[in-house]
Design a protein around this ligand. Structure first.
Ligand code: NAP
Length: 440
């Protein structure tokens, strides 16, 4: 049997403590699968005396993760602290520079420094693995990086934030407001005390930027993502969508278009009978469309200590199975020096169907005016319906819902901007893009 693989874990929170426990419990099973022992020989966190539900007394302790990366007797540095900055960034660089393999679950770090870190890993001839950074336990990184090699990917999209999906699911199933569902998610521990990063879409954007790179072979462009969160989605939108045969999901979508690559994160209407529409609660899903395979959809737990630790354990096992001198799989699917420049597909030229909700004064000519504005912009309508008013809204107004056939973002924006100047709108118009799975 080869020598034991020595692991140092920096960060013993939800994921780190689960990983420590699971690696201990499954020691024998892993040794058989990998042909060598896997032993945690060093750990680091902020508070040495915190009760983490695991016994770390026989493991070397480091107050400082960077010192652990520089000095500990380890082969693999596992970064589970989080954050794009220090100590995670310096600790990972220190470990790679020292010739250690690195495993991380840190999407923020990769979104910001992923190309630099992948290049450093390649230069040093070590592995940088990060399966847990996107969609938790779902093996989407491996699918894109390894299993789909030779396929040309045209679109990758998914539900990658459990908090948002939980809120949208509860709004629809229980008829509750956004605010009530957010409070519930916080009470259950799904949402942070400051949930902005989740509900404004930034968390999904970080994950999407990593998938884009793996799918299209371009440099990570996390700052070049069209971003809309779910805070503007009302119960009225969700119920109207349901009546029209759709569900609303926060999707991250990366798609090859004639002008470049669209990267966008926004609330999206998906057909009710599509598989992704059935993905409820904190569950995640990622779909990959490619030319040889067709459509692949993976659904599973996107977060939580065990699910995330499972992905980290798989990454560690891959390192344990690798042999010195063997060819390493490039972290980002192709060598970092061979990644193409990212060329942004203009959002204005995005093509697709749209849901438009307008609350208008109940007077003659409004319906006709809306239809005219749509026609002027060559927007063809799949349906235009008037929704019954809630009793609290009064009978001096009505809600009109339009669903368009495929058109462009710029046409819809122009039509809606003109409608906004006409004087009969009450409140802001709501515009939600429709995304159709390939098979739908
Ligand atoms: P967490 O529960 O907040 O734990 C973070 C750990 O890092 C704690 O043990 C903390 O130490 C330690 N830490 C924080 N700052 C530190 C510093 N400056 N120096 C040394 N140690 C420090 O976080 P988590 O939920 O386990 O997440 C860890 C990583 O996994 C993040 O990158 C996250 O994005 C990613 N991830 C998490 C999940 C999930 O479901 N939780 C899913 C996918 C990916 P103390 O305990 O002493 O405070």
């Amino acid at each position: 049997m080869a020598d034991a693989l020595k692991i140092g874990i920096a960060g013993l929170g939800t994921v780190g403590a689960s990983l420590f426990r699971i690696l201990g419990e499954r020691h024998n099973m892993l040794a058989v699968a990998c042909g060598r022992d896997i032993r945690v020989t060093a750990v680091s966190a902020r508070n040495r005396s915190a009760d983490r539900g695991v016994d770390i007394t026989a493991t070397a302790w480091f107050d400082n993760a960077v010192t652990m990366a520089a000095e500990a007797d380890i082969d693999v540095f596992v970064e589970l602290m989080g954050g794009a900055g220090d100590p995670a960034y310096t600790a990972v660089k220190t470990a790679l520079n020292r010739g250690l393999h690195v495993v991380t679950a840190n999407k923020a770090l990769l979104a910001k420094h992923g190309v630099e870190l992948a290049a450093l890993a390649e230069e040093k001839g070590v592995i940088l693995n990060f399966e847990a950074a996107v969609a938790g336990g779902i093996p989407v990184i491996k699918a894109l990086r390894e299993s789909l090699t030779g396929n040309t990917v045209s679109r990758v999209y998914g539900i990658m934030n459990g908090t948002c999906n939980y809120i949208l699911t509860r709004m629809e199933k229980e008829g509750l407001s956004f605010e009530a569902c957010l409070k519930e998610a916080q009470r259950l521990g799904y949402a942070e005390a400051d949930p902005a990063f989740d509900i404004e879409g930034n968390d999904t954007a970080h994950k999407l930027s990593i998938l884009t790179t793996l799918a299209f072979g371009t440099k990570i462009a996390a700052d070049d993502i069209y971003l809309e969160g779910i805070t503007n989605i009302s119960l009225e939108d969700i119920l109207a969508a349901r009546d029209l045969g759709y569900r609303i999901k926060l999707l991250g979508v990366a798609q090859k278009t004639a002008s470049g690559i669209e990267q966008r994160v926004h609330p999206t209407m998906v057909p009710q009978d599509s598989v992704i529409a059935q993905v409820d609660g904190v569950t995640n899903a990622v779909a990959i469309e490619s030319d040889v395979l067709g459509e692949l959809l993976m659904v599973g737990p996107g977060a939580g200590g065990n699910a995330t630790a499972s992905a980290v354990m798989g990454d560690i096992a891959d390192i344990a199975k690798s042999r010195p001198g063997s060819q390493l799989v490039p972290s980002l699917g192709r060598p970092a020096t061979m990644l193409d420049a990212y060329i942004r597909g203009e959002m204005q030229s995005h093509e697709g169907g749209y849901f438009i909700r307008l609350t208008v004064e109940d007077r003659a000519g409004v319906f006709a005016s809306i239809a005219t504005r749509m026609a002027e912009n060559a927007i063809s309508l799949e349906s235009i319906v008037q929704r019954p008013q809630a009793a609290t809204q009064g009978d001096d107004r009505k809600t009109i819902i339009l669903v368009t056939h495929a058109t462009t973002e710029s046409s819809v924006r122009k039509a809606v901007d003109t409608i906004e100047t006409e004087g009969y709108l009450i409140g802001k118009p709501q515009v939600i893009r429709i995304e159709r799975p390939k098979a739908a």
